[in-house]
Design a protein around this ligand. Sequence first.
Ligand code: NAD
Ligand code: ZN
Length: 360
Amino acid sequence: MQHKNFKNIDRVTYGRGSFSQLAQTIEPIRKENNKYFVYVVDQYFHDKSLKNQLQNLPEDLIYFIDVDPHEPTTEQIDKLRDEILAKKGLPSGVIGIGGGSIMDIAKALSLMLTNEGSSTLYQGLNLIKKPGVYHLGVPTISGTGAEVSMTAVLTGPEKKLGLKCDWTVFNQVILDPELIESVPTDWWFYTGMDTYIHCIESESGIRNNAFSLAYGEQALKLCREVYLGDKSGQTPENNDKLMVASLMGGLSLTYSEVGVCHALSYGLSKIHGTRHCFANCVIFQHLGDIYPKGHNEFMNMLKLHNIELPQQISKDWDDATLTAMAQVSYNLPFMWHHAFGDNWQEKVNIDYIKSLFKRL
Ligand code: NAD
Ligand code: ZN
């Protein structure tokens, strides 16, 4: 068995107001390359006060990106990379400020600035040839763990798959809980549930171990404080906790694996464009037999926060659609193996996966 040798984030700043240290943090890096930074910022902040706190210099490039029409694509990254290199050459670094989508755009852009050709060439594990430029992530919505993971998930013409290697991991992350205060309640719920599901899946499978469990248990404890009980809700104290839970949930799955919900989620997202965290919630409500304890708690959290998920969405899917979805999910053998053990193929096949999708 090959043991994982995971590259962690080089440096992490955490605390309310820590975003104000951004300029001072990147100052020493400015001597690299052409002494300028590229900011990729969620469009949401275009007319918000955060824009005035960026402390960018006149030579820096700022892109406000609307992440709502679709999740990050290979085409989008290639175009952005070509434009930046043509305009100003290689930057000192890339700074991403936003949710999982922006984290992935910043990570992928950093890599693609130094690796030739289309990003579609590098979707997979360790296909990237050269280290990217310095990259710094500032999450503004918590849950996906994209701030800590070694992958930059991109949707390409062929597949939805990450650029996955040690160089993908951020050099620096700034976790400022004040930045997640404006997240709308439904997104606060879906994205936080991504952390919750990461931890449930990480602990419920054969790759679970003391290392992944230590992070997972702590992240679950924080999730329960944020989403269950009379102190739950979008309070400053809970935002402090959620940011840490997201990071720890990401570390838990890194040392273990995700499971059935995520395998299905990729199929749903790839074929129907459903957003990752929302897709997980839509699916997890139907996995009571596979993750009984987590499911029970999840249903309580839904009720407590008045979140209504869509029902009976599979009624419009024909057999060809279900097969296409099932094929995407089946091609994630690590997740099925983790969830069902060495003999997973005795249970899991295209028909079984289609039957899971028919529950939705
Ligand atoms: P997101 O980045 O897609 O943003 C969701 C919504 O929240 C958007 O409308 C955005 O504008 C808004 N938003 C962000 N911050 C806000 C704030 N502070 N106030 C108000 N609105 C705000 O959200 P996400 O769920 O964090 O990320 C999903 C993406 O992450 C998907 O593309 C998925 O593929 C990717 N993902 C990556 C990994 C990884 O390890 N790399 C893991 C899971 C998911
Ligand atoms: Zn996830």
